[in-house]
Design a protein around this ligand. Structure first.
Ligand SMILES: [Zn+2]
Length: 302
């Protein structure tokens, strides 16, 4: 069972607290409904669990048992419901108003109403990706007016959606764990929300580990560049015949570096006999660079 199916199952099982919330939920479930040629309300769902749930909601809200029919096309199954209801017909007509405002149409009476409407809309036309793969939540419908009404509702709730066209359908979507977490919470799916949060935390830990690895790789790159430069300096001093005239300490350090081009600074320190401190080593390397600059001119080895 996909993650989105588990979200849908949980949403179908949530209790409905008030009649106003049931009305709002029903309106969400009817976002993809239309009036067919036989003057019936027709509504198509892609999941059997949603169709069964919607059928029971229609019975409670409009006192009608809808006819149901299953059909298939291009490997997809569809579950169609048909019923007649003047009240429902009136509601769907209001959805068609160019700037239909669901908050005015339904006059949400309690905080639960918004949540219920969003839950119905998600069941009717929403999907969400598996949070272990990505954070993407989308609503898509062939009815452009209904999508725009849903987009206006979500914007007033503080969630400005992005838009996408998919074949015959228009979609609005959200990317990112924050949006997905908040919208799923608003719908009321308490169980799956923990899965989304855990996936987000796992991803954050992984990203931090990657950042740390990149940081180590950058440091290695830097040390290789420094070692290459130091070898160039030593070569320059030798070619200019200046090497033998250097103080003994500088010659020792130059030879240790020359013979161990891959060694880190700590390894170079350990290779010195008599021992030397790390700051002593850096001092000597700097001195060697100054000597080379004396020959080549300042900045020549940058
Ligand atoms: Zn309510």
């Amino acid at each position: 069972m996909s993650f989105a199916d588990r979200v849908r199952e949980e949403l179908c099982e949530l209790p409905i607290k008030h009649p106003c919330c049931r009305h709002a939920l029903m309106a969400g479930l009817l976002l993809c409904a239309f009036e067919n040629e036989e003057k019936q309300i027709a509504v198509r769902y892609r999941q059997e669990v949603v169709a069964t749930f919607a059928s029971s909601m229609i019975r409670q809200q409009y006192g009608k048992v809808p006819d149901s029919r299953m059909s298939g096309r291009c490997g997809h199954r569809y579950y169609d419901l048909f019923f007649t209801s003047p009240a429902c017909r009136k509601l769907l007509f209001r959805f068609l108003e160019p700037t239909a405002d669901i908050e005015k149409i339904l006059s949400f009476s309690c905080e639960g109403c918004r949540s219920a409407f969003l839950r119905g809309a998600f069941l009717a036309c929403g999907t969400v990706s598996d949070p272990h793969k990505s954070f993407h939540l989308e609503f898509s419908l062939p009815q452009k007016g209904a999508v725009e009404m849903l987009a206006r509702f979500l914007s007033t709730c503080g969630y400005e959606p992005r838009r996408i066209v998919r074949g015959d359908s228009v979609g609005i979507y959200y990317k990112g764990s924050a949006y997905v977490e908040e919208l799923v919470t608003l719908m009321g799916a308490q169980h799956v929300i923990f899965e989304i949060i855990n996936s987000r935390i796992e991803r954050e830990i992984r990203n931090n580990e990657n950042r740390a690895t990149n940081c180590v790789a950058k440091n290695i790159e830097k040390s290789i560049a420094a070692a290459t430069r130091q070898i160039e300096i030593i070569n320059c001093l030798m070619e200019a015949g200046k090497f033998e005239g250097l103080p003994e300490g500088l010659r020792v350090t130059a030879l240790v570096r020359y013979r161990n081009p891959d060694a880190t600074l700590d390894e170079l320190v350990a290779l010195h006999e008599p021992p030397i401190s790390k700051s002593g080593l850096t001092h000597r390397l700097r001195k060697l660079a100054e000597e080379a600059e004396g020959i080549l001119g300042k900045g020549a080895l940058e």
